[in-house]
Design a protein around this ligand. Structure first.
Ligand code: ATR
Length: 274
């Protein structure tokens, strides 16, 4: 039995175990996926423990995606450029870091719109924004970044060849695609964008998935935009993780159903997700 898991702090409400275990079962894999809560000060010991225990691979989540890089024996070039590792593969004792978040964003977007030559407005300039901007640029989109802290937008724009704008200029933003990578709307009925700008966009995506339909997506739908929920990016990045570990791509629908079932179960229990 091969063992996989997720390292993060906290990980109690992660949807990854539900998704990966459903895929292992459906594809007849002799493997199991668990949750490993790892406090920041224990990260180094935990990573060494992966090798000592022969754990085949892990997902990496907040707050370890950046710090884990220096503890690995290799980092794939995309993860290097994005500056974050969300997947570790244990290749016979050699731990290699990958990033599949950008692939998740790319597939979720390209399912709705061809990105080449399109203008994309990205809200936020944190870790999630880096993967999204990387995906957009790789697919040939023109990217404008709006962030509350302007200097962070500037840094990100410089790294990836995008344009930076002040948060206050958002009321004048326009383009084909709008993507929220900030935490605004997470478990709250708030939108990061003024509702009146949404009709200027064909597609609006939120990386927040609790709630599944954020206020941003609800308002975008009311304006006639196509909308993409954050769950799509989560599911598609998990499909790519699975592929790195097992060499097979499970049906995204299978993972999505497992994630939705886990979310619903939590809601029934009245728990709060992180
Ligand atoms: P993640 O790794 O999830 O992207 P992060 O790196 O902490 O998390 O980034 C959070 C992003 O949400 C940042 O762009 C942040 O803006 P600042 O750079 O100004 O901090 C943005 N953000 C968080 N709360 C916000 C709010 N209330 N209004 C606007 N932007 C917000």
């Amino acid at each position: 039995m091969d063992v996989y898991g997720i390292i993060g702090w906290p990980v109690a409400h992660s949807l990854s175990p539900a998704m990966h275990n459903a895929a292992f079962k459906a594809l007849g894999q002799e493997a199991v996926y668990g949750k490993f809560p790892v406090a920041p000060e224990r990260l180094s010991a935990a990573v060494e423990g992966l090798r000592a225990l022969g754990i085949k691979g892990v997902s990496v989540t907040i707050p370890h995606k950046e710090a884990v890089r220096s503890l690995l024996q290799g980092i794939h070039q995309e993860a290097q450029k994005i500056g974050a590792v969300n997947t570790i593969l244990n290749d016979n004792g050699r731990l290699v870091g990958f990033n599949t978040d950008w692939q998740g964003a790319l597939r979720a977007l390209e399912e709705q719109i061809s990105l080449k030559g399109k203008e994309a407005v990205v809200l936020g300039a944190g870790g999630a924004a880096r993967a999204v901007v990387y995906a957009l640029k790789k697919a040939g989109a023109l990217v404008c970044i709006y962030n509350r802290t302007f200097t962070k937008a500037q840094e990100l724009a410089l790294t990836f060849g995008a344009k930076a704008f002040a948060w206050e200029a958002l009321s004048k933003a326009r383009g084909h695609i709008l993507i929220n990578t900030t935490s605004v709307g997470l478990k709250e009925d708030r939108s990061p964008a003024p509702a009146q700008i949404l009709s200027r966009f064909q597609v609006v995506m939120d990386i927040v998935y609790t709630p599944l339909e954020t206020r941003l997506l609800r308002e975008a739908k009311a304006q006639g935009c196509k909308t993409i929920s954050g769950l799509k990016m989560l599911v598609y990045q998990a499909v790519e993780q699975f592929y790195l570990w097992r060499g097979l791509r499970p049906e995204a629908r299978l993972l999505e159903e497992a994630a939705l079932a886990a979310l619903t179960k939590e809601e029934r229990h009245g728990e709060q997700r992180n």
